[in-house]
Design a protein around this ligand. Sequence first.
Ligand code: SAH
Length: 236
Amino acid sequence: MSQVDTTYTPSQPDVEEGIEYWSTQPASYDGVLELSTVPSAIRPLKTPPAHTRRTRALDVGAGVGRVTSDVLLHLVSDVVLMEPVEGFVNEAWKRGASSAEGILVEDSSHARWKGIQNKTKSVTVVQGTLQALDPLHPLADPTTKLLGRLGYEPAEEDLESGFDVIWCQWCLGHLSNVDLVAFFKRCRQGLRDPDNSIIVVKENLCHNAADGGPETVFDPSDSSLTRYFIPLVRGS
Ligand code: SAH
């Protein structure tokens, strides 16, 4: 197992400064993307044999819901979308709600959210930070706020039943090393089936340190860290 160096502390991400930065960005795909897009490589997940239950994904640092819309709703039944910035989470809600009513006009950066209008799938929209998030109890922290649920409605509330997929894309840099390790441990506890569930991490990386070891570069403009390799945390 690779160990992250939790003792080395350059400048650390500050939650409020990070949120302040993102609040200045447009609530659109352009606002959350700094790279060009490439054709989708999505392939349907192989359904485990005798698998009958609905599958669940958690999209953290979700911005306006790009990953939920373009990836997760194509792969799983139910998504919990979590994002701290008011303008982004409200835009995500607006896109989901418009999809539910069938009025979302599709263009290159607006896809109608799959399964929401016909209520075969659901998205639950939550405002909150990674620092405060416990995937087993996504609404437990008093700073988190439930905007609502769109699409499929279960007979019983299932928000605390864990996830098959926890998807982290371009937001883990807002956690300090210590908070990142703690977050991964909470995520592991929040996986429904440790043998089949996955945590997906898609982050930009920097170069390794001169001695080949881990490196961490602080960006004061959005108060985030870019890392050389993200560790896989196994065990407790
Ligand atoms: N994952 C989305 C958005 C990436 S942009 C996508 O790929 O489209 C980075 C996102 O991280 C922004 O939405 C920003 O508001 C969010 N963010 C910033 N600080 C955060 C924090 N402390 N906790 C969770 N998300 C955070």
